[in-house]
Design a protein. Structure first.
Length: 349
């Protein structure tokens, strides 16, 4: 794609040019002089030593971490995005956030925490029919307030541990007095994970590259300063590239999107997937995630076009560039925008 071109798509058939210690020990004593402080020394590491340095990466962020740090499960939760639910709690501490269309043209999040687990999260809302397909590859814990019996049964059938507000008798959930109901359900995330610490950590879901993973000319990534999405008449999130922080800054309906701590909601990567909608459940739309479609990966101030595919509920989403190579993300947190075919997106240089 040539620099300076504004690209848009609308519905499935639209084509888009690719546009992401020292410890000072003071021991004083009048009866005896202080002992001299030993001089620190470093044991030499022989060349070709058979003792390799331990290297580990966060499976859902691709960032370096202590080898012991990832050895715990992830927490996925259904997070409210109604106007009365904002600002949400700890969105900037997520590893992944999936934004999906729900009834009434609103959107809701399935947010995932692993590398940075907050004490509390929320507001937590009810499950939807696409959430088992999103959460199944993660394992670990899924938290939600309840939902239609058929949707709850679908989620209960996954390998995840279900932590449900409607069924909670152990005090993991509470209601925030300062928030209007039903947008006031808060989960004690720290205690939830302490009770489920024996669960396996999540697998790696995406491939990661450098901080500028789309720089290879074969990817034909276009410089991008703004991502503008339309899910419906009532939901139009956007992202602006901030080179100073190397992140995308989020807005909703033209207003800066803030989390409860006061910071702007931000992401290292924004992945936009064009998806079909299954209306078999009446007014409740189901995002179709088993299949394939167009994809746009935005990282490092660039956007590259490709495809996404997912062959089963338990399988991860695979991102492939137009040249057949993997579409890699920059190490950091990622928002996945599950944009309906009836919606639109633009990627502005």
């Amino acid at each position: 794609m040539a620099t300076g071109v504004r690209a848009t798509f609308r519905r499935r058939g639209a084509a888009l040019a690719a546009v992401a210690v020292a410890a000072v020990l003071v021991a004083g004593c009048q009866q005896a002089p202080p002992e001299p402080t030993p001089t620190p020394t470093a044991e030499p590491r022989p060349v070709g030593s058979s003792q390799p340095f331990a290297v580990a990466y966060s499976p859902l962020r691709g960032t370096p971490t202590d080898p012991a740090a990832p050895q715990h499960p992830s927490l996925a939760a259904k997070i409210d995005n109604h106007e009365d639910a904002r600002p949400q709690i700890a969105l900037n501490r997520t590893d992944l956030v999936f934004e999906e269309l729900v009834e009434g043209g609103l959107t809701r999040y399935l947010a995932v925490w692993h590398s940075d687990m907050p004490d509390v999260i929320g507001p937590v809302r009810s499950i939807r029919p696409m959430d088992p397909d999103i959460a199944s590859p993660l394992g670990g814990v899924i938290a939600y307030s309840g939902g239609q019996d058929q949707f709850v049964a679908m989620m209960m059938a996954t390998p995840l541990v279900n932590v449900v507000f409607d069924l909670d008798e152990t005090g993991l959930y509470s209601r925030a007095d300062e928030r209007p109901g039903p947008h006031d359900v808060i989960l004690d995330a720290a205690e939830t994970m302490a009770r489920n610490a024996e669960l396996e950590p999540p697998p790696v879901l995406f491939e990661y590259g450098t901080a500028d993973p789309l720089a290879d000319p074969t990817l034909a990534a276009a410089p991008t300063s703004r991502i503008a999405l339309v899910f419906s008449e009532g939901r139009s999130p956007s992202w602006d590239w901030d080179a100073g922080s190397s992140s995308w800054l989020r807005s909703q309906e033209g207003t800066a999107d803030l989390e409860a701590g006061g910071g702007r909601v931000r992401a290292t990567n924004v992945v936009t997937l064009e998806v079909g909608i299954d209306w078999r459940y009446g007014e409740v739309p189901k995002t179709v995630l088993i299949g394939s479609g167009e994809a746009w990966v935005s990282a490092g101030g660039r956007t590259a076009h490709g495809t996404w595919s997912k062959d089963a509920a338990a399988s991860p989403i695979v991102l492939t560039a137009d040249d057949g190579s993997p579409l890699r993300l920059a190490p950091g947190n990622t928002w996945i925008e599950l944009l309906p075919e009836s919606g639109s997106a633009s990627f502005t240089p």
